[in-house]
Design a protein around this ligand. Sequence first.
Ligand code: ATP
Length: 319
Amino acid sequence: MKRIAVLTSGGDAPGMNAAVRAVVRKGIYEGLDVVGIHRGYEGLLNEELRPLLRRDVGGIVNRGGTLLKTARCPEFMDKVYQKKAAEVLKKYDIDALVVIGGDGSMAGAQALAELGVVTMTIPGTIDNDMCGTEYTIGFDTALNTVVEAVSKIRDTTTAHDRVAIVEVMGRHAGHIAVGSGLACGAEIVLIPEKPVPLEDVCRHLDETHRAGKTNSIIIVAEGAYHSYDVCNFIKEHMHISPSVTVLGYLQRGGMPSAKDAMMAALMSEAAIDGLLAGKRNCLTASVNDHVVLLPYEEAKSITYPVSDAWYDLISVLGR
Ligand code: ATP
């Protein structure tokens, strides 16, 4: 193995830059040439490749976003484009491709693997919703961002004796909502995995307010409800007017937390060491707090759902 390439794909996540830096520097340390591919699979199809040296990745370890840019590339679902991508990699003498991204990006890497390309996937998404790994790079930073934002919203909610609805990301999963809800003492958390009728939300608010609560935070995962629908329902049924804050892309940006920057370094090291040891087409997964290499098919058979215990504890503590 002489030359590897690295790309970032899907939604950006804090810690992706730290992973790019670690792949480049660990690769060079091991005697490999490293090539960066801009804009994910789209850039691969458009041959946006350039060599990366140690100094090219200087100063990015604590920066959000991704130096390599990222993209969603719908045509990459098509075998024709996957074959074209494999040809591009061959044309540039790339012996292995390291993909940093979420489930979709890993599916792209697996499609390339089926065409004979050697790949590794490093899990990078704020949503923490990937198969095979209990942790994805970016999740901890996103959680901290939500907790900081909610604590500020809590101040004004307390001052005015109000109900605040905060919508968080997570796509079809409630990891960000449950983690942040537990960490910031939310009264109610609505997630797609546990559908709750809005009548029950009103009943809960009514009960806790009768018991003396003067303010409440409701965290809504984007996959569960639109926050304005929750707000309108409460307005109609309880004659109170909650505030609504949609945190949106705030959660995807910013300096990675220490945990995310560390996981980026450890997972990148595992990817390069694995390639040099002859491992192929694996996810650098976090299992029981250790980084292990899981072949894609094995990774896809393991899911890490939202913790029931964490979800239940939120309502115990938030009364
Ligand atoms: P995030 O969790 O941040 O959204 P992701 O990697 O899951 O990250 P997706 O948009 O699902 O984000 O996928 C990123 C890209 O991976 C897609 O735009 C597409 O190019 C490629 N991809 C996704 N699914 C597949 C698939 N089944 N086969 C081949 N390529 C895929």
